[in-house]
Design a protein around this ligand. Structure first.
Ligand SMILES: Cc1cc2nc3c(=O)[nH]c(=O)nc-3n(C[C@H](O)[C@H](O)[C@H](O)COP(=O)(O)OP(=O)(O)OC[C@H]3O[C@@H](n4cnc5c(N)ncnc54)[C@H](O)[C@@H]3O)c2cc1C
Length: 499
């Protein structure tokens, strides 16, 4: 079966795809969105997010332009700091061990603030992320980690707004429509073949924007590319990102790019469901580990919990947990830091044990060597240098010394009962390997030549992240390249029509 011809088809209905669809529409193209999920599960991983967007800002005035209704009281008790172009580029470079494609990095950074304004003008609201990115210390908040704003209502709020905008712009969305291959035309891409109700349907267009996610929800591809053991990781987000867009572009002659053995993965509720549930997207978060010590089944610490702010370490620590014997670990907190634990620790289903002594605690911590655990805590407590005051809003330098693995910041003794321990496994967020694009979001072939009419944005773009990732860059990169892809696809179609 064949349907009408559109100028541009975007695959997926996440943040990258809907940014591309809107941008193509604004630039005069007729647009169709194809989404594999049913309507109730739309929005992809983007709907699971906290909605954080990492952008350049130079102090309060820049935040005020995005959040004009900040109250005088909020302003008086908040230090927003700043996050310059250089800091953003440094973070992308440092965390990816300078493997990140520099052209793509500069494109994200240089378009970040303007793209947030663009989204805002289209009806997406942003607010400062108090509580998650700034702690209340003596009545004052100080933002840390280069990140202030998130979409009002988190990922769900972001995507609800995106869908409202798409509706207002008259952009049709076909759900339950799984794209499986690209159609070739005389001039490049002529649309896509998709499966609808078990039947193949052809959707014709003059350009296609691939924005249908990575391969994190595909156990076979995870094990093939990330390595043995990855089949048991839990998927934090949508079950629908199984690498289809990457595969159909490779079949069309696209170049593979980026770190195919790398991914974003975190310490996640050990007994979480296999895939995320969009109704409770944050239930599995165990992100307060900088205030904990983490031990494996041998009762030993295996990473520096306080190496940096959470959003500079969390994305690489899932892999480290997966590599522990049995692929799990425990996070241990005492009463001193309990008020700092994120809400998810109180959520239903958290694998938690509590006790008034460490001996009782470890008895309740399934599969952990008790003698080693008690020795670990004893050595750790003795190594804490308490001369630097504890401050969750800054890298306080309160460290341990002399341990095989020191804790660099926020090192409190584990000494005030009651004690709590939470069991974590590995939760995969998204994969790093994908397609090579240029700064116009055109998909490139093996000779770095654009494949005419084919564009990509979002998770399936390779070359951005290696080894690690600065939190809240994913939505930003998706919006930046989605917007560019839509604009460039519309221009490509206009040129072809004129010719
Ligand atoms: C729990 C969680 C929290 C996160 N928090 C943040 C955060 O606060 N800030 C941040 O920047 N990033 C965050 N991320 C990462 C972020 O989700 C991704 O970087 C970003 O959402 C990717 O957007 P996307 O549009 O590329 O993909 P998605 O939003 O996943 O959209 C892809 C869409 O394509 C559809 N699809 C798949 N295959 C097909 C096919 N064959 N045909 C048609 N459609 C198809 C899927 O159903 C899906 O709707 C988080 C991720 C998770 C899981």
């Amino acid at each position: 079966m064949t349907t009408n011809t559109y100028d541009v088809i975007t695959l997926g209905s996440g943040n990258a795809a809907l940014s591309a669809a809107l941008s193509a529409r604004e630039n005069g193209a007729s647009v169709l969105v194809l989404e594999r999920a049913p309507e109730a599960k739309r929005g992809g991983n983007s709907a699971f997010t906290g909605g954080g967007m990492r952008m350049v800002y130079n102090g309060l005035e820049d935040i005020r332009k995005i959040v004009p209704d900040l109250s005088d009281d909020e302003i008086a008790r908040t230090d927003f700091g700043s996050y310059t172009r250089e800091q953003y580029l440094d973070d992308l470079g440092n965390l990816t061990q300078y493997y990140i494609d520099p052209d793509l990095a500069e494109t994200i950074v240089d378009n970040s603030t303007d793209t947030v304004h663009w989204l805002r003008q289209r009806g997406i609201r942003f607010v400062p992320n108090y509580g998650r990115q700034a702690y209340n210390v003596n009545g004052r908040f100080k933002f840390w980690g280069g990140l202030v704003i998130f979409a009002n209502g988190g990922g769900k709020g972001l995507m609800d707004s995106h869908f409202k905008v798409a509706e207002k712009e008259g952009i049709p969305i076909r759900y339950n429509t799984r794209a499986v291959s690209l159609i070739r035309s005389r001039t490049g891409v002529g649309g896509v073949r998709a499966i609808v109700d078990g039947t193949e349907v052809e959707f014709h267009s003059r350009a296609v924007v691939l924005a249908c996610g990575g391969f994190e929800a595909n156990r076979e591809m995870r094990t093939r590319y990330l390595g043995p053991g990855w089949e048991i990781a839990k998927v934090r987000g949508t079950r629908y990102n199984t690498g289809d867009g990457i595969q159909m572009a490779l079949d069309h002659g696209a170049q593979s790019y980026g770190q195919w053995s790398g991914c974003h993965s975190v310490a996640w509720e050990r007994y979480a469901t296999d895939f995320g549930e969009v109704e409770t997207p944050h239930a599995g978060y165990r992100h307060s580990y900088p205030f904990s010590i983490m031990v494996n089944s041998e009762g030993k610490r295996f990473l520096d919990e306080g190496a940096d702010f959470r959003n500079y370490t969390y994305a690489k620590y899932g892999r480290v947990v997966l590599q522990q014997p049995g692929s799990f670990a425990w996070q241990i907190f005492d009463a001193q830091v309990k008020p700092l634990l994120r809400d998810e620790y109180k959520a239903r289903g958290a694998a938690k044990v509590q006790a008034d002594t460490l001996e009782e605690l470890v008895e309740r911590m399934q599969d952990v060597n008790p003698a080693n655990f008690l020795a670990t805590v004893r050595e750790y407590n003795a190594a804490v240098q308490s001369d630097a005051p504890f401050d969750p809003n800054s890298k306080d330098g309160r460290a341990t010394t002399g341990l095989a693995i020191n804790k660099t910041n926020w090192a409190n003794t584990i000494s005030v009962p009651p004690y709590e321990a939470y069991s974590v496994g590995c939760g995969i967020t998204f994969t790093f390997g994908g397609l090579k694009i240029d700064t116009n979001a055109q998909v490139l072939d093996i000779e770095d030549k654009p494949l005419p009419g084919l564009y990509a944005a979002g998770e399936l773009v390779g070359g951005l992240y290696y080894f690690n990732y600065p939190g809240s860059t994913g939505l930003m990169a998706g919006a930046v390249f989605g917007r560019i892809a839509g604009r460039e696809a519309a221009a490509f179609v206009a040129e072809r029509k004129a010719a």
